[in-house]
Design a protein around this ligand. Structure first.
Ligand code: ARG
Length: 462
């Protein structure tokens, strides 16, 4: 416990906080990461103080230089933190005051850590969202490249993880890219809603100092200032939505990861992970495990947990700043760190995946994959679908009982079933080509999807 109250707010107090209270209250380890944004907000605030005639041009210059000096020291890890520095905001202000004495004491006029923290975290998320969407685009690009490469290669499409109908490998890979393009849209929507500056809201009720929040918003690169000062310091929907969008994206990645783990299962043998994205076993020398895929699958649970954590912190909180809100940052930063790690690992795994097109084609020998083609051939000959479905089912049952399959039917038997060209139906290339409509598995559709996905990525996007 310190001898004298050293906190920025100590004036009203005659006793320092208990050590354990101080330990509980510290958030520096978590919020140090947005020192850059804290100083950015500080510089914009000092400009507002200058506009309002509360500091001179010379004082503004010295305050900004001190803010930058503190920021650079923190970034270079030469800044000496004080045990009383509760959070990054207190540390920066204390650092400026240590450098400038009385002048430093002018910095916090008309602002509160309540509007400051809300500003910093928005600036931080807006900055990192750009690199995360770049990672997302990179994964999409790699999926699209692999899809183009395999636009014509057939594989058994599955429902319930069991052979269903032939599709193309490219079609399946595009099916993983489309959800990611919607995630990109969601990040863009989030950005549009989040570009609002809380600075100037003060503790909850703005200030009497004539600071222009709209000009401050513009200086910070936000689209607009807050509409309501209580809302500006109370809500954390910007963080919640960021985690929600990340969580949806992570869910998509987990399903891609699950397919990679499945395809590379030696029991199936449809693909092989590059060694760089596989792991061995400490005991069993023969093992090559798909840890990259498995961890990518599990990280979705973690980000969903981040969403639940923040939702639980926020639910039922009365408006206004409550210290509970300090617990908003750990979950959002966990999501910020986790999502790009998964995106980057999966981009590597996808771009180096060895897809065994021969094994996939061989798996298309399964005659059951063409049962729907047979039923639809009957429909084209005028049989109502329910009837053709039943007749095909009966045929399969009978063949099963005889230890035969559709491949063993003679031309005569096909003709008896009303499908004279039946034998030709049992061919993956024909089956895929026949599904030529937009959005289907045919090679032409896959190439059109690849073009559309590339267009969605934008011409020169990072
Ligand atoms: N570290 C705090 C947070 O993250 C900053 C705001 C503190 N404000 C207060 N009134 N105690 O929320």
């Amino acid at each position: 416990m310190s001898e004298e109250p050293g906190q920025l707010w100590a004036g009203r107090f005659s006793k320092p906080p208990a050590l354990e209270a101080e330990v509980l209250g510290r958030s520096l380890e978590v919020d140090e990461r947005f020192v850059f944004q804290d100083v950015q907000a500080g510089i914009a605030h000092v400009a507002a103080l200058r506009d309002a005639g509360l500091v001179t041009a010379e004082e503004q210059e010295r305050l900004c230089a001190a803010l930058v000096e503190v920021r650079d020291a923190v970034l270079r890890e030469t800044f000496v933190f004080d045990p009383h520095d509760e959070d990054i905001h207190s540390a920066v202000e204390r650092g400026v005051t240590d450098l400038l004495g009385d002048l430093g004491a002018k910095l916090h006029a008309g602002r509160s850590r309540n509007d400051l923290v809300a500003t910093d975290v928005r600036l931080y998320l807006l900055a990192v969202s750009g690199t995360i969407t770049a990672d997302l685009r990179a994964l999409m690009r790699s999926l699209v490249a692999r899809a183009r490469e395999h636009a014509v290669d057939p594989m058994p499409g599955t429902t319930h993880a069991r052979a269903a109908q032939p599709v193309t490998v490219g079609h399946h890979l595009c099916a993983h890219a489309w959800p990611l393009s919607r995630d990109l849209d969601r990040f863009a929507d989030w950005k549009e809603r989040s570009s609002v500056s809380p600075l100037g809201a003060g503790a909850l009720a703005t200030s009497t100092l004539g600071l222009d929040a709209a000009v401050t918003a513009e200086r910070l690169g936000f689209d607009r200032p807050f509409e309501n000062s209580i809302d500006a310091v109370s809500d954390r929907d910007v963080l919640q939505e960021y985690i929600a969008v990340s969580s949806i994206c992570a869910t998509h990645l987990s399903r891609l990861a699950a397919d990679i783990a499945r395809w590379t299962d030696p029991a199936l043998g449809w693909a092989e992970l590059d060694e760089a994205y596989s792991t061995g076993s400490s005991m069993m020398p023969q093992k090559r495990n798909p840890d990259t895929a498995e961890l990518s699958r599990a990280k979705a649970a973690r980000i969903a947990g981040d969403f639940v954590t923040l939702a639980a912190v926020l639910q039922g909180l009365p408006l206004g700043y409550q210290r509970d809100l300090q617990e908003d940052k750990a979950p959002v930063f966990d999501a910020v760190d986790t999502l790009p790690a998964v995106l980057q690992a999966l981009t590597g795994a996808v771009s180096t995946l060895r897809i065994d097109t021969a094994a996939m084609r061989e798996a298309c020998d399964d005659p059951g994959l063409y049962a729907t083609d047979v039923a639809e051939a009957m429909v084209r000959a005028g049989v109502p679908f329910r009837e053709s479905h039943r007749r095909t089912g009966d045929l399969l049952k009978r063949l099963d009982g005889e230890g035969r399959s559709l491949r063993d039917l003679t031309a005569e038997e096909w003709a008896e079933e009303g499908v004279p060209d039946g034998a030709a139906l049992l061919d993956p290339d024909r089956s895929i080509a026949a599904r030529s409509g937009p959005g289907g598995p045919s090679p032409a559709s896959v190439l059109a999807q690849c073009d559309a996905l590339t267009a969605a990525l934008g011409p020169q996007s990072p």
